[in-house]
Design a protein around this ligand. Structure first.
Ligand code: FMN
Length: 348
């Protein structure tokens, strides 16, 4: 049984359970049950039958390859991994670490497959820009500094929410959420340049503020669909792409299609160099993600105060998410937080 790659497995199965029943879906569910019971050959055979009945995505190809690898059928497993790559599977770390694939590593065809993957990854990485091209700058409305929900109530009721009401949210809601995430709350003369505008709603080690925050908007009244970067200094949105990105966003998040029911997603990345320049490896390993946790919790609590819900997403393919957002070379994606209104009694 795997100790790594489990996110892909869960995502693949969740994707299928979200679909209506049909031959393909039933067979994939059965293949998953065989896998969980340790019946790897039966699992692989059932996946093969399913793939004749319907079109699998990269995560299902990957999961079937795991079953065949555990069943000792390395040739079939590699063939399916090749199909996963062709369908866009990019997660090198999972391929290297997933215990299910142990018997394949170093054997026939493995190095060729990894070379093919590395070529694809190198081409993608070369295409990331050094700087964002900003299409338009939009001033956000002033955020409020007070509200009707106490911080205790917001904490007591905080839950990860994956089901949302279809109604749009307002630009003022986006303003409030982004301010909660990383808004500036104190400016002083003669602050060092690295502070970039002032101290913020979330604490940050050494005030290095390594995070970048994007808003992917698809259901906001008064804001065209698109991808925006939040500029804390001046409380602005910088438009970097126009259009509806919820499908590629959900696909990058290992097919977590529930996120498409939200109105927006707040997407975090970090420029680790801002921290490592001062703190070395400690900045990389500890401080960046501590900063992220502070900011992400602010978003959860602000949602509670606005009658909205969110759910942190850490399961995604880094390169896919980086490409969907159009991040710069220096950034590494860290978190996705879909946000939408919630219907009363629908917290889950
Ligand atoms: C770092 C991190 C990553 C997470 N990734 C996901 C994810 O990819 N998909 C998801 O549905 N939930 C994700 N969650 C939400 C957790 O499942 C959730 O916080 C947990 O079940 C506890 O539930 P609660 O937040 O309602 O208290 C993540 C949470 C954290 C803190």
């Amino acid at each position: 049984m795997k100790r790594c790659g489990i996110a892909v497995f869960i995502a693949a199965m969740a994707f299928v359970s979200a679909l209506a029943a049909g031959e393909f879906e039933d067979l994939v569910k059965k293949a998953g049950e065989h896998y969980r019971a340790g019946e790897y050959r039966a699992s692989g055979e059932t996946f093969d039958l399913a793939f004749k009945a319907g079109e699998p995505g990269k995560n299902l190809y990957y999961t079937a390859a795991c079953a065949w690898s555990l069943a000792g059928e390395n040739g079939r497993a590699l063939e399916l991994l090749g199909k996963a790559l062709d369908a866009g599977f990019l997660d090198r770390k999972i391929l290297i670490e997933d215990t299910d694939l142990e018997s394949l590593r170093g054997g026939d065809g493995w190095n060729e497959m990894m070379a093919r993957l590395d070529g694809r990854i190198a081409a993608m990485e070369a295409a990331f820009p050094a700087e964002l091209a900003v299409l338009e700058s939009i001033d956000l409305p002033e955020p409020r500094r007070d509200g009707a929900v106490s911080v205790e109530k917001a904490m007591a009721e905080r839950r990860s929410v994956r089901r949302y009401s279809p109604e749009p949210i307002a630009v003022a809601d986006c303003s409030q959420l982004l301010w909660a995430a990383y808004g500036i709350t104190l400016t002083r003369e003669k602050m060092p340049d690295f502070v970039r505008g002032g101290l913020r709603t979330a604490p940050s080690a050494g005030a290095r503020y390594p995070l970048e925050i994007y808003l992917v908007a698809w259901n906001v009244s008064g804001l065209p669909q698109g991808i925006y970067r939040y500029e804390s200094n001046g409380h602005k949105l910088q438009k970097i792409a126009a259009g509806d990105f919820r499908d590629p966003l959900a696909a990058a998040c290992l097919d977590q299609d529930w996120l498409k029911g939200a109105a927006v997603a707040i997407v975090y990345s970090a420029v680790f160099e801002r921290n490592t320049a001062k703190y070395g490896e400690r900045g990389r390993e500890r401080y960046v993600c501590m900063d992220l946790g502070h900011s992400g919790e602010n978003v959860y609590l602000q949602c509670g105060s606005l009658g909205m819900g969110t759910c942190a997403i850490g399961a995604f393919t880094d390169l896919d998410l980086k490409r969907v957002i159009g991040m710069t070379k220096a950034e590494e994606p860290l978190y996705v937080m879909p946000v939408g209104r919630i219907e009363a009694g629908n917290r889950q």
